[in-house]
Design a protein around this ligand. Structure first.
Ligand code: IPT
Length: 360
């Protein structure tokens, strides 16, 4: 025997309140031709019976779909999880429900499948927080003219409608900061290869280092996770110790990198300075609190949801700035941090200058 009780319908509510089915329907649709007394009777019947209105049926009858679809990479990383929470918050503020589809791998096939599943649930407004190259993103837009697609993880200058960050502002500020503190040689731990945001951050480091006359002495990619940051830092330390700072592609990898430095007896920031990327909430509580690049994800999600439900008037991409947040993981270079080769070069330079001083 089934233990499930019978599903309560609008007919049950009407019977309990002693009104017609149409009157219940008018109350559920917020129509104004119902007296206050009748409305209260119906609301009481709904509460007594614990009736749950069928949102989908209501929306279908009004030919409106208050649904946003979000296709997200699996959120065991902190930034994608943050996006889900914030998109949900802004969707609900506009009375939209959120349907989430997670994908494991950013392939065209998985994307097409995810879009199809959401379309099958009558969703025609989609946010896509999956790293995609220009070609795949443009193909998805071409193949889905019946949907509005807003992308959160593509090149900000890609021709599809997107709300993305320009990593250059933050990077330039972080490299200028390290240069002011006397750093010349750095190690790099970028995110995964062939991922747009990771490559943009990496390229912006290389440009920034070049313009400040600094050099990258080692580079090992991670996969955004703390473990990969730890492994990459260990690998770098086995190759060389001829650097005074590390630029890391996100805060989670920076956490792992700081742990590896610590295990190897190097103190942050006295021996090695570290800069992260993301300004995730936790980074303020790392030991030491992490200097990082802020991506205003709240703004990104608010603007993206507005664009998605705002219609054609808002159909222009927004490039959001990134900025440096200075905490305590960077310090001025001291002389005992110089490597033997740096010291030899400095002595050589002093000797050269002394040779030119006329003797009396
Ligand atoms: C990007 C994060 O900065 C990074 O830490 C990682 O979580 C990655 O997402 C996962 O895809 S943010 C992205 C919108 C550029």
């Amino acid at each position: 025997m089934s233990t499930k009780s019978k599903k309560i319908t609008m007919h049950d509510v009407a019977e309990r309140a002693g009104v017609s089915y149409q009157t219940v329907s008018r109350v559920l649709n917020n129509s104004c031709n119902v007296s206050q007394a009748t409305r209260e009777k119906i609301e009481k019947a709904i509460a007594d019976l614990k009736y749950v209105p069928n949102l989908l049926a209501q929306q279908l009858s009004k030919h409106e779909r208050l649904l946003i679809g979000l296709i997200n990479v699996t959120y065991n990383l902190s930034a994608p999880g943050d996006v889900v929470n914030r998109v949900r918050y802004y969707a609900l503020r506009h009375n939209y429900e959120l349907l989430i589809t997670l994908i494991e791998e950013n392939s065209l096939e998985q994307m097409e499948h995810a879009i199809m599943r959401l379309k099958a649930q009558m969703v025609d407004k989609l946010l896509i927080n999956v790293p995609l190259g220009n070609e795949v993103a443009s193909k998805l837009v071409r193949d889905n003219p019946d949907c509005t697609l807003v992308f959160l993880d593509v090149d900000p200058f890609c021709p599809v409608l997107n709300v993305c960050f320009n990593p250059y502002d933050g990077t330039v500020a972080s490299i200028a900061h390290l240069s002011d503190l006397g750093h010349h040689k750095v190690a790099l731990i970028p995110g995964p290869e062939n991922i747009v945001s990771s490559e943009l951050r990496h390229n912006s480091w290389l440009d920034g280092l070049k313009s400040h006359g600094m050099t990258s002495v080692a580079c090992v990619h991670g996969d955004w996770s703390s473990k990969s940051g730890y492994d990459a830092m260990m690998k770098i330390l086995h190759e060389t110790r001829d650097f005074t700072a590390v630029l890391v592609g996100n805060d989670q990898m920076a956490l792992g990198a700081m742990s590896a430095l610590n295990v190897c007896g190097l103190k942050v920031p006295q021996d090695i300075s570290v800069v992260g990327y993301d300004n995730t909430k936790d980074s303020a509580y790392f030991n030491p609190p992490l200097t990082t690049i802020d991506l205003n994800r709240d703004l990104q999600c608010r603007v993206a949801v507005d664009k998605l439900i705002g219609g054609q008037a808002d159909a222009v991409s927004s490039v959001l700035p990134t900025s440096l947040i200075m905490r305590h993981s960077c310090a001025r270079v001291t002389h005992d941090q110089y490597s033997l080769s740096d010291m030899a070069a400095a002595l050589h330079e002093i000797a050269r200058k002394l040779e030119h001083i006329p003797s009396h």
